[in-house]
Ligand binder design. Structure first.
Ligand code: F6R
Length: 616
């Protein structure tokens, strides 16, 4: 959701900035821009389209400077045009700004600034903030030059309502950059002879492993290769430098055509990493390093509330099923975006858990903060090491899935399911689950990576199936019990990358409405992996067939179908029931992927979407 990079050092900034921006493109990709301070003035280059358009423009008209900022945009205010792209330049030419977030009172500020003689060339809230900084910079004429720019940013931000992660340059300050954060992530990279700012560590790690995660309400003033961190009220903050352990090559595409496919194939490793070191020595339960909550306290929990958005919300629905089944603790699942505005009655023995791949989703973060404000113990499951959600929760579990670059979540989803399964085991063993059941479950979990390895090898078979359904405009995804969330996730995957309308339902709900959609043009994908409900699911399939609907079935080896019922089948190995949601997810991901590619869609950067939703 918009990516920012800033650089101040002693090498040419443009190459460094553009390399970082490429790594942030998953955050938004409708337009991009770069500003450097060159020969005493701010030179801004912007392009509509992908970052490669900007790279092409800079190649044609190179810029020379050791200081610069850049941005890749996911539009909030104003259409996708060059005028609306960042960096914005104040109308007096003094300040340039890149911004992630939303300035809510921008209309009032815009009227004020217009009355003071500032003009606007875009429809954006960011240009308003840029001019507001320029207004304060002009007003601070008496302030000593060394602190005038930072003071003007600080003063401007005190008048702002909304969220921001930002980086700014001033034409009069060739050696200074200012960054600030409130509600949208901003991280500083501290190199030997350079300081960087970025929305995500991904943009920094090729330059330096040393980073400072900024918190809300903080402002950084960088002068040369020194920086000072303060609150907006100018109180000094001692920066904490973290060293990130990130293999840059993990984020590269390698031999794969798309990140999504690469990440689907990475699932055996991601799942292995999610399990590593998390089983007890006696092989009957689990252990977690960072829960920060004792087994005694966990035994007192009588309810769990799970909050998340999108795919992570589907993971929560599966976790609900697993935790209730194996640990017998009542679980509720809420959309984080709804929970934050609802005064849900919770009691003191409720544990609130948030799930977020990025650890930066604003709604999930807000749900976490609201829960903490009300005094609940909070845990986070996240892939975002050092992310805001990881830092602000009382404890948590890292997914260790490695960087997920494809906008459509795949390996992060299954690794969340893995963490949820291990947690269900742990909570179950703290309560009623027997030693033998625990051992059996651990064995079932340990088999998952090798079973997933077998399933990804079906990719080409699934590709052949996908070709038959490329021109459909509607799809139903149906599954029962723990397969219902997988049906929802399958529908989401298909619609977000192929733009085919798809809906997920519990299979038995079909007759209460969705059956009206069934026709030759609306295929149904059933997930049938559970022998207990198989006969019922097969009846639902017959109902589809009777209405000339095509049937694609994901089934386990032992869940056999009546001869000729399914038009296409994707067969996964038999497994422990805890493993089935993970295993069933893989063919569904592959089918969506191949359909989308066959339709010519950009699967890694689907239209209108961005990864890491840091605005509401
Ligand atoms: C869909 C997808 C999104 C995210 C959602 C939450 O493929 O990736 O639905 O799951 O935006 O993101 P995180 O998990 O980063 O909080």
């Amino acid at each position: 959701m918009c990516g920012i990079v800033g650089h101040l050092g002693n090498q040419n900034a443009a190459g460094i900035l553009l390399e970082g921006l490429k790594r942030l493109e998953y955050r938004g990709y409708d337009s991009s821009g770069l500003a450097v301070l060159q020969d005493g003035s701010l030179a801004v280059t912007k392009r509509v389209g992908r970052v490669k358009e900007l790279i092409g423009a800079i190649k044609q008209a190179p810029v020379e400077s050791t200081i610069g900022i850049c941005h890749t945009r996911w539009a909030t205010h104003g259409e996708v045009t060059e005028e609306n792209a960042h960096p914005h330049l104040s109308s007096d030419g003094k300040i340039t700004l890149v911004h992630n977030g939303v300035i809510e009172n921008y209309n009032t500020l815009r009227s004020f600034l217009t009355s003071k003689g500032f003009s606007f060339s875009s429809e954006t809230d960011t240009e308003v903030l840029c001019n507001l900084i320029a207004y304060h910079y002009a007003k601070e004429a008496e302030t000593a030059e060394g602190s005038r720019f930072a003071t003007s940013v600080r003063k401007a931000l005190l008048h702002v309502e909304g969220t921001y992660g930002l980086a700014a340059l001033c034409a009069n300050c060739p050696d200074e950059m200012v960054g600030a954060r409130h509600g949208s992530p901003l991280i500083q990279g501290v190199g030997r002879e350079e300081i960087l700012l970025a929305s995500d560590v991904a943009a920094l790690v090729s330059r330096t492993p040393d980073v400072v995660y900024m918190n809300d309400g903080e402002l950084v003033h960088i002068v040369g290769n020194q920086f000072s961190l303060t609150t907006l009220d100018s109180e000094d903050i001692k920066p904490v430098i973290n060293t990130v352990d990130w293999d840059v090559s993990e984020g590269e595409l390698g031999d794969f055509e798309h990140y999504m496919l690469k990440e689907i194939f990475e699932q055996p490793t991601a799942l292995e990493n999610a399990m590593r070191g998390r089983f007890s020595q006696d092989g009957s339960t689990a252990k977690f390093g960072g829960l920060n909550i004792t087994p005694q306290d966990l035994r007192q929990i009588d309810r769990i509330l799970l909050c998340a958005c999108g795919t992570a919300w589907h993971a929560c629905l599966t976790m609900e099923f697993l935790i209730e089944k194996y640990a017998r603790i009542p679980v509720e699942v809420e959309y984080a975006s709804e929970f934050r505005y609802r005064n849900a009655p919770l009691d003191k023995n409720t544990l609130v858990m948030v799930v977020s791949q990025s650890g930066e989703t604003i709604d999930t973060l807000a749900a976490l903060r609201e829960s903490k404000r009300k005094g609940y113990t909070t845990l986070a499951i996240t892939n975002g090491v050092g992310s805001t959600i990881a830092r602000e929760s009382d404890g948590g579990i890292y997914q260790h899935a490695g960087p997920e670059v494809g906008v459509a979540s795949t390996k992060a989803f299954t690794s969340q399911l893995m963490i949820g399964s291990i947690l269900a085991l742990y909570l179950g063993r703290l309560r009623d689950m027997s030693f033998n059941d625990g051992v059996e479950m651990v064995e079932g979990l340990k088999q998952i990576p090798s079973l997933v390895e077998k399933i990804v090898q079906l990719s080409e078979d699934i590709h052949r199936i996908a070709k038959k359904y490329v021109h459909k405009q509607d799809f139903l995804f149906l599954g029962r019990q723990s397969m219902f969330p997988i049906a929802l996730e399958g529908a989401l995957k298909l619609k977000e990358i192929s733009y085919i309308h798809a809906e997920g339902y519990p299979a038995a709900e079909m007759k209460h409405g969705p059956i009206a959609l069934i026709s030759e043009d609306c295929p149904s994908l059933f997930i049938a992996t559970e022998p207990d409900t198989l006969s019922k699911v097969v009846s639902n399939m017959q109902e589809v067939k009777a209405r000339k609907g095509q049937l694609i079935v994901v089934r386990s080896e032992s869940c056999t179908m009546p001869e000729g019922l399914a038009d296409d089948e994707m067969v996964i190995p038999d497994c422990h029931p805890v493993a089935a949601p993970i295993l069933a997810s893989i063919p569904v991901q592959l089918l969506s992927y191949h359909i989308a590619v066959e339709r010519g869609c950009d699967v890694d950067k689907p239209r209108n979407l961005a990864k890491s939703e840091t605005v509401e």
